[in-house]
Design a protein around this ligand. Structure first.
Ligand code: AMP
Ligand code: GLY
Length: 425
C-alpha cells in the first residue's frame, strides 16, 4: 500500500511512523510534514489545506489510502473531494465533520439523542445572550464560539461579567469572524477530563485505549490553555465500568444518530469527556486523533494501523472486531514548547540531542513544529516536540520520557514536569 498522511504536527509524525512499520505498506508520504517526518517517511511540499493538489498527487501516484490528521481540511471537505475521484480516505465528510466544526450542531445532536452533556443555550444576538446571562444564577458559565477557532474559542467564565465579556468578544466584536456567528452558553462541569478516541466506519465503533491530555501551560494544571502540553495512556481514571457507560451512553447513540440522520460518521471520533459526580458527560467532539494524545496511544498500538484505517475507510471495520492489541506498558508523551508559547514565540533556534534521546529504549521523539534549515533541526512552531516513552509502569514511562527530554539541547525550549502525575496521585 502507498499511504498519504495529511498534516504537519506530532500527530501526523506518529501516524506516519506507525503506518510505515506495517508490513503491508510500501511508501508513506506526508504533506507537508516536518523535520521528523522528513527523516522517517517522504515529505511533500503541499499544504494540508491545498485539497486540489493533494487529490492530484494521490491520483497521479496511485495512493491507496489517505489519512487526514487535522480538522480544518476535514471541515473544508477533503474527504468529499477524494471520494468524488474514487480515492480511499480515512476521515469524515464535511457534513459529518460538523461534530467538530460546529458546537451548535453537536450540542443539538447530543440533546436530540439524549446523550449526557452540559445544559446549554444558543444565541446569535448579543442582547438576547446578555439577557440570558443576567437571568442566570451567579455561577461559572462556559461560553463557546460555534465554529473552528484553533482551540481558542472556549471561555470558562468565573462570573456573569466574564461571560458577558466573552459573548461581546464573539458576537459583537467578531473576534472569531464567521466562526463566531453563534455562541453556545453552557453549564460549567467539574471533574477530571479524559480523551476517548474511537475508530469508526459509519457503523462499527472500535475504541482505542483511553488517554489524558494536559491542556494548561504550567505544572499543577495552572496557567493559560494550550493545544496540549503532554498526554499519557492508558488513563486509569476511566475504569472498565466507566468506559462501558461511555460506549453505551455516548459513542453508540452518537454514531447511530448520525447514521439515522443520513450523515454517517467515519474516521476518528474523539469524545472529550468530563467525569462528573453525575457520570461521564460530553464536553466536545473532535473528528480526528488528538494531539498529543495520538503519540502515546499509537505508540502502544500493536494491531496493524494501516489495516485498521484501511478497513475503517472501506466500511469493513466489522472484520477487525476481534479487537485491538495494545502493548500493556503505559506510554507518556511530554511536549516541549518554544519560549513564550502559548503567547508569541521566536523561531529558528537549533535543536540537538534528538538522536541521542531516540536511542533510549522504547523512546521516540515525535516532531511537531520543526523545520530543517541547512540540515539542522530548528523550531518553527509553538509546540515543537512530543518526547514519548513506554515503561514497565507509568512511573517508569514518565522517568524515561523526562530522561529523553534532558538529552535535548535547545535554548529556550521548555516543558511541564508533571505529565502523568494525575494518574500517579
Ligand atoms: P474545547 O475547545 O471544546 O475542547 O474546550 C476546551 C476546554 O475547555 C476543555 O478541554 C475543557 O477543559 C474546557 N471546557 C469546555 N466545556 C466545558 C464545560 N462545559 N465545563 C467545564 N469546562 C469546559
Ligand atoms: N489535545 C487536544 C486536541 O487534540 O484537541
Amino acid at each position: 500500500m502507498k499511504i498519504l498522511v495529511v498534516g504537519s504536527g506530532g500527530r501526523e509524525h506518529v501516524l506516519a511512523w506507525k503506518l510505515s512499520q506495517s508490513p503491508s505498506v510500501e511508501t508513506v508520504y506526508c504533506a507537508p510534514g516536518n523535520a521528523g517526518t522528513a527523516r522517517d517517511v517522504r515529505n511533500l511540499n503541499i499544504a494540508s489545506d491545498d485539497i486540489p493538489r493533494l487529490v492530484k498527487f494521490a491520483e497521479e501516484n496511485g495512493i491507496d489510502l489517505t489519512v487526514v490528521g487535522p480538522e480544518a481540511p476535514l471541515v473544508a471537505g477533503i474527504t468529499d473531494a477524494f471520494r468524488q475521484r474514487g480515492l480511499l480516505v480515512f476521515g469524515p465528510t464535511a457534513k459529518a465533520a460538523q461534530l467538530e466544526g460546529s458546537k451548535v450542531f453537536t450540542k443539538k445532536l447530543l440533546r436530540r439523542a439524549n446523550i449526557p452533556t452540559a445544559a446549554f443555550a444558543v444565541f446569535s444576538n448579543y442582547a438576547e445572550a446578555e439577557q440570558y446571562i443576567n437571568d442566570c444564577e451567579e455561577q461559572p458559565l462556559v461560553v463557546k464560539a460555534d465554529g473552528l477557532a484553533a482551540g481558542k474559542g472556549v471561555f470558562v467564565c468565573a462570573n456573569r461579567e466574564e461571560a458577558r465579556q466573552a459573548v461581546r468578544s464573539i458576537l459583537a466584536e467578531k473576534s472569531f469572524g464567521d466562526a463566531g456567528a453563534q455562541v453556545v452558553i453552557e453549564e460549567c462541569l467539574v471533574g477530571q477530563e479524559a480523551s476517548i478516541l474511537a475508530i469508526v466506519d459509519g457503523d462499527t465503533i472500535i475504541p482505542l485505549d483511553v488517554s489524558q491530555d494536559h491542556k494548561r501551560a504550567l505544572d499543577g494544571d495552572l496557567g493559560p490553555n494550550t493545544g496540549g502540553m503532554g498526554a499519557y495512556c492508558p488513563a486509569p481514571v476511566v475504569t472498565p465500568e466507566i468506559m462501558d457507560e461511555i460506549v453505551r451512553r455516548v459513542l453508540i447513540p452518537t454514531i447511530h444518530t448520525m447514521k439515522r440522520e443520513d450523515n454517517p460518521f467515519s474516521g476518528v471520533l474523539y469524545a472529550g469527556i468530563m467525569l462528573t459526580v453525575g457520570g461521564p458527560k460530553v464536553l466536545e467532539y473532535n473528528v480526528r486523533f488528538g494531539d498529543p494524545e495520538a503519540q502515546p496511544v499509537l505508540m502502544r498500538l500493536k494491531t496493524d494501523l494501516a489495516q485498521l484505517l484501511f478497513a475503517a475507510a472501506s466500511g469493513k471495520l466489522h472484520e477487525m472486531e476481534t479487537g485491538l492489541e495494545f502493548d500493556p506498558r503505559p506510554a507518556v508523551c511530554v511536549v516541549m514548547a518554544s519560549e513564550g508559547y502559548p503567547g508569541g514565540y521566536s523561531k529558528g533556534a537549533v535543536i540537538s540531542g534528538i538522536e541521542e534521546a531516540d536511542q533510549l529504549p522504547d523512546t521516540k521523539v515525535f516532531h511537531a513544529g520543526t523545520t530543517l534549515v541547512d540540515g539542522q533541526i530548528t523550531n518553527s512552531g509553538g509546540r515543537v516536540l512530543g518526547v514519548t516513552a513506554m515503561g514497565d509502569d507509568l512511573a517508569a514511562a514518565k522517568a524515561r520520557a523526562y530522561a529523553a527530554v534532558d538529552l535535548i539541547n535547545w535554548q529556550g525550549g521548555w516543558c511541564r514536569r508533571d505529565i502523568s502525575d494525575k494518574a500517579l496521585r
